[in-house]
Design a protein around this ligand. Structure first.
Ligand SMILES: Nc1nc2c(ncn2[C@@H]2O[C@H](COP(=O)(O)OP(=O)(O)OP(=O)(O)O)[C@@H](O)[C@H]2O)c(=O)[nH]1
Ligand SMILES: [Mg+2]
Length: 236
């Protein structure tokens, strides 16, 4: 009996979040804001990759970043150093963000732009990025209202991760294989095997090898993102 009750509660939480996420996606489409939800294990290179991504795209579009962190502002400071707008979302110990938390963050980003004396609301953001909490399990379970889900798998983590964390790989539109500069050291990592494992979970996933350290592959990733942001503004 206890089991049934727990399942019902979880389902209602997920269903409520899913409704909110759909509503948020609708609002973002009206505003012309593309929201990218970026996920990975701790230390895979989310913040380093975002820094490179912002360097590649900031001349062409307005970018704002929400840094979800259990309890620090290290990453937000790094992103502010790029010239993009950024705010910190303290999750208070939570291991993921949901659509309600994401909406609060987006509202705050828009309001913070207004505090500089510009318009109080409606400051346009072409690309909003959520750096989710470092974790391959919980963030995959909650729709944040994002226009696209992206994840980073770094070479030192191993090519078997799609087998161990299937949900995360199945919900992502794009998988960045980061730290390819370290392939010669982590020589048990096979690019061919990781592709097979990812596509087994998600045949539609786009796979892009990158090194956020050297910049290799960042142009391919920036092209993918540029195209998706443009489509988001024009597609009905
Ligand atoms: N060799 C190498 N190191 C990298 C690369 N990308 C990131 N790093 C290093 O990996 C470490 C973690 O990078 P972050 O960008 O902080 O990773 P993160 O995913 O944002 O980490 P959390 O926010 O703590 O989950 C840092 O020491 C980076 O310098 C890469 O492409 N190659
Ligand atoms: Mg980070």
């Amino acid at each position: 009996m206890g089991d049934v009750r727990v399942i019902e509660v979880k389902q209602s939480v997920f269903a409520d979040n899913d409704r909110k996420a759909e509503e948020l996606r609708g609002t973002l489409r009206e505003r012309g804001t593309f929201l990218l939800n970026l996920m990975s294990s701790p230390g895979s290179g989310k913040t380093t990759t975002l820094t490179r991504t912002i360097e590649a795209l900031l001349d062409e579009m307005s970018i704002a970043v929400m840094e979800a962190d259990i309890d620090s502002d290290v990453d937000t400071r790094t992103i502010l150093g790029t010239g993009a707008r950024a705010i910190q979302l303290h999750t208070g110990g939570m291991c993921h963000l949901d659509a309600y938390m994401t909406e609060q963050g987006l509202d705050e980003l828009v309001a913070s732009e207004g505090s500089d004396g510009e318009e109080a609301t409606g400051a346009p953001v072409d690309l909003a990025i959520l750096e989710n909490v470092g974790n391959l399990v919980c963030p995959a379970e909650f729709d944040t209202g994002a226009s696209a889900n992206a994840m980073i798998l770094s070479v030192p983590e191993g090519d078997d991760k799609p087998l161990k964390y299937p949900l995360m790989f199945s919900i992502c539109d794009v998988v960045l294989i980061n730290k390819i500069d370290a392939l010669s050291v982590f020589d048990t990592f096979s690019m061919e095997r990781v592709r097979e494992n990812i596509l087994m979970r998600n045949p539609n996933a786009t796979i892009i090898p990158i090194s956020a350290k050297t910049g290799e592959g960042i142009d391919v990733w920036a092209d993918w993102l540029r195209t998706r942001v443009a489509e988001w503004k024009t597609d009905e």
